[in-house]
Write a protein that binds this ligand. Structure first.
Ligand code: DAH
Length: 337
């Protein structure tokens, strides 16, 4: 009897299954309900007392080894099956794909719209000097219009500051390039303002600049109408209101017609139906001269818009702070592309 257990042990130890099926019949033959081990366990009671110990140990070893063999090969076959299952041509499942920030989405869209009419992107530093942020833009020291934009200065040096608008990039671009100029400068700007649902100390702007011979206000108007339609839909209406910026003459603010369909429209348009989206104008000849461009030969227009503003309109966001808090519940609502 003991002899036959020892033979079975040899059989188990030398067994190497070639397939999952073979392993399963091995399992049934040894460890199944009607398998050899159960048979041996029931035969145990008839084993003479003095052999019980040795016999018991032998069948326990047999059981353990059989189980170990099953476990060992089960993993191997399962893994093989999985590996064979990998289909490299299958589309990937995009379960945990991140999303793009709404400010990037809108920025990209603005850039794309102006790209189509020949504008290319240029960038400038966020830490600026007085000349590029103010003086060159017709805002000399002590000019009251400097108060329109509360400035963060770096340490105590009044010449080094965080740019308050992307108009500084216009200056840098004109200093380094001669007309024809068609450039778009997106970027982050800083102002010392109290944070609320409508204002933040950091926000984003896109600046546009177009300089060539014989550029007129009509060109500006057409470019902005094209932009508004591309951004907000074919039926969008715009109006230009006279305004003041030191770096443009004449200057205007552009409103789009938002309508008065519901209560929130009344609130955001202050009951007028119109909503301001950007500032613009014909570049002041002084600014051209400051940047080394012949103002007798060339003229041009410039505009600047707040990206948050456009994003709020486009996505119906009523609190600007959401753009900066990076709450994933907010962010994941936007497209990833
Ligand atoms: N820089 C202005 C601002 O921050 C916006 C602006 C207005 C830019 C008119 C321009 C412009 O280029 O022509 O409010």
């Amino acid at each position: 009897m003991l002899e036959s257990v020892k033979n079975l042990l040899k059989e188990v130890d030398s067994f190497t299954p070639k397939s999952k099926e073979e392993l399963e019949s091995f399992r049934l033959a040894y460890l199944g309900k009607k398998g050899k081990l159960n048979g041996l366990f029931s035969a145990f009671k008839d084993v003479p007392n003095e052999q019980k110990k040795e016999f018991g140990q032998a069948i326990n070893t047999l059981k353990q080894n059989a189980q170990a063999k099953v476990d060992q090969y089960k993993d191997t076959f399962n893994k093989e099956e999985k590996d064979n299952d990998i289909d490299l041509t299958k589309p990937v499942t995009l379960d945990n794909l991140g999303s793009r920030h709404p400010i990037s989405l809108v920025k990209n869209q603005i850039v794309d719209i102006f790209n189509r009419i020949g504008f290319t992107v240029s960038e400038g530093p966020e830490i600026e000097d007085d000349w590029h942020n103010f003086s060159a833009l017709n805002l000399p020291e002590e000019h009251p219009a400097r108060d329109m934009q509360d400035t963060f200065f770096i340490q105590t040096n009044p010449d080094v500051l965080l740019r308050t608008h992307t108009s500084s990039v216009q200056v840098r671009y004109m200093e380094n390039n001669q007309p024809p100029i068609r450039t778009l400068s997106p970027g982050r700007v800083y102002r010392n303002e109290a944070i609320s649902s409508r204002a933040h100390c950091i926000f984003h702007q896109v600046e546009g600049l177009y300089i060539d011979e014989n550029v007129s206000f009509a060109d500006l108007k057409q470019a902005l109408l094209y932009f508004a339609k591309e951004m907000f839909g074919e039926k969008t209406k715009i109006r230009l209101r006279p305004s003041y910026f030191p770096f443009t003459e004449p200057s205007a603010e552009v409103d789009i017609y938002w309508g008065l369909k519901n209560e929130s429209d009344y609130r955001i348009t202050k009951g007028t139906g119109w909503l301001e989206i950007l500032g613009c104008g014909m570049v002041d000849p002084n600014v051209l001269e400051n940047c080394g461009i012949d103002s007798k030969k060339y003229s041009g227009y410039a505009f600047g818009m707040g990206i948050e503003r456009i994003a709020m309109l486009k996505y119906g966001v009523t609190d600007l702070r959401l753009f900066f808090e990076n709450d994933v519940r907010f962010l994941k609502q936007f497209s990833s592309l």
